[in-house]
Design a protein around this ligand. Structure first.
Ligand code: FAD
Ligand code: SF4
Ligand code: SF4
Length: 470
């Protein structure tokens, strides 16, 4: 008999008062009994609507069936037939708009906690199994992968399993892409990402960090070096700014820079020398996952007050609902229907050597209301005349989006991009306009999701294999 409880099993979490002061993971995961109880809520639907909601079509009812039976390793094997990063996706996938949005249990109650079960299964496997992979019989072909985010790691792994000699070239000093430099430890512990990278290395993948393609080497030079194909998974790391007065003041960061300093350059450690402003009042501009991550990171670094400043209302906030709720529980204040018009700075005209000159003191903000829907159907925010006010802050973090960096396109012959800077590819194969070069993930779509980047890496790996064996 299925478990007909309308509500899903709650995810145990750290107390908000305690977690807002540490970087340990917020969500603690299901134990075995809770996982089985949650799995029993699944009706094993014949038409599997949930599977259609998963960008990589994980066979959800089949893996949940194995959880019900307590055969967690078999559940893991089913998931990894189509997904290479289940411990990551189980944590950060926007499940509520993907697989779980289609779950029939959601019609009269809460959907099955598919993401939570996926996370449980992956964590169980990681705890109970050794790194036990066998490198495939090598073939003579070499593939270069640019970027070590989820798209690059997935493409590299799939090709290595087929015997290709794969080298990943990563600009930063650590592999993992946004999974290590963007998403904070309290949402995605870095040991999980490291485990994926160790698996790739065990498969024979070589990872060259501190190598910027387009500067250290060009894509054309990779072919000269003997690579037979190239996959570009360089992400969308170029931050956008609002172009308002004061954005060049000391104390204004892009979210990417701020999070990189804290995550990758370890500014969260008490004894760290990494320069980043800690404490005081912090305003984060934007309403996506990146904004929530930056705000909650600032809080954990000791900020007295952290504000989210977003120009639309709560209903339009693009961040995952769970992250918004966690941020609110931790005490982040939301200034909704508010838009910055100027960042204000300190100026002592009597003493140009005053070190406070040019530092942020506040943000001029205007109130907004929602007008007519735009071309995407979202109601357009419109300024309310004469409604400006000043928010007193010491740090401003801009989290209003990113786009792909043009460096690779500018240094590669024959590679075409679209108006938003994304590399143009065939949807079916990931093939670019240049022979032998494939691309996927945020470098193609602009900022998107881990699972879509992973799916693109898989598609390209399959197409590269076909290209090199034809
Ligand atoms: P990336 O992960 O960006 O990796 C690209 C890699 O390429 C980087 O390591 C970069 O250093 C490297 N690189 C760039 N240029 C070069 C070059 N010229 N030469 C060599 N290497 C280069 N998605 C979700 O699904 N759920 C979430 O909760 C979520 N939260 C997020 C929070 C933050 C703070 C951010 C920034 C993003 C978040 N995302 C989330 C989005 C998700 O992380 C990305 O969509 C995904 O990582 C894209 O993968 P990718 O492989 O295309 O690129
Ligand atoms: Fe759902 Fe994401 Fe897992 Fe697919 S990968 S089943 S969308 S949590
Ligand atoms: Fe189970 Fe929901 Fe999928 Fe049906 S839709 S198989 S109940 S997870």
């Amino acid at each position: 008999m299925p478990n007909m409880e309308l509500k899903r099993n709650p995810m145990p979490v750290q107390d908000p008062k305690i977690r807002s002061k540490n970087f340990f993971e917020v969500a603690l995961g299901y134990d075995e009994l809770t996982a089985i109880n949650e799995a029993e809520r699944c009706l094993n639907c014949k038409n599997m609507p949930c599977v259609a909601g998963c960008p990589v079509n994980i066979h959800i009812p089949a893996f949940i069936q194995k959880v019900k039976e307590g055969d967690f390793e078999a559940a893991y094997q089913i998931i990894t037939k189509t997904s290479s990063l289940p411990a990551v996706c189980g944590r950060v996938c926007p499940q509520e708009t993907q697989c779980e949005a289609r779950c029939v249990r959601g019609i009269k109650g809460e959907s099955v906690g598919i993401g939570r079960l996926e996370r449980f299964v992956a964590d169980w496997h990681n705890e109970h199994s050794d790194l036990n992979v066998t490198a495939a019989q090598p073939n003579s072909k070499r593939v270069a992968v640019v970027g070590s985010g989820p798209s690059g790691l997935t493409c590299a792994g799939d090709l290595a399993k087929k015997g290709y000699k794969v080298t990943v070239f990563e600009a930063l000093h650590k592999a993992g892409g946004v999974l290590v430099y963007g998403i904070p430890e309290f949402r995605l512990p870095k040991v999980i990402v490291q485990k994926e990278i160790d698996t790739l290395k065990a498969l024979g993948v070589e990872i060259n960090t501190n190598t910027v393609i387009g500067k250290t080497l060009t894509v054309d030079e990779l072919f000269d070096m003997g690579y037979d194909a190239v996959f570009i998974g360089s992400g969308a790391g170029l931050p956008r700014f609002m172009n308002i007065p004061g954005e060049n003041l000391k104390g204004v960061y892009s979210a990417n820079e701020y999070l990189t300093r804290v995550n990758l350059m370890k500014a969260y450690k008490d004894n760290s020398n990494t320069p980043v402003k800690k404490g005081g009042r912090v305003a984060v501009v934007g309403g996506g996952n990146v904004a929530m991550d930056a705000a909650r990171t600032a809080l954990r670094l000791g900020a007295d007050k952290v504000y989210i400043v977003y120009r639309r209302s709560l209903d339009e906030l693009p961040a995952r609902r769970e992250e918004v709720e966690h941020a609110m529980e931790e005490g982040i204040e939301f200034h909704l229907l508010n838009n910055p018009v100027e960042i204000l700075g300190f100026n002592n005209p009597d003493d140009p050597r005053d070190v406070r000159n040019g530092t942020v003191t506040g943000m001029k903000v205007i109130k907004m209301q929602l007008g007519e829907p735009d071309e995407r159907g979202r109601r357009r925010p419109v300024e309310i005349p004469d409604s400006e006010f000043t928010l007193s802050v010491d740090t401003v973090i801009m989290a209003i989006g990113t786009s792909p960096n043009p460096l690779i396109k500018n240094t590669t012959s024959g590679l075409e991009i679209n108006q938003k800077g994304g590399i143009i590819v065939s949807e079916e194969t990931g093939a670019t306009t240049k022979e032998g070069v494939y691309a996927g993930g945020d470098a193609v779509t602009g900022a998107a999701t881990v699972i879509s980047a992973m799916g693109a890496g898989k598609t390209a790996a399959k197409a590269i294999d076909e290209y090199l064996t034809k």
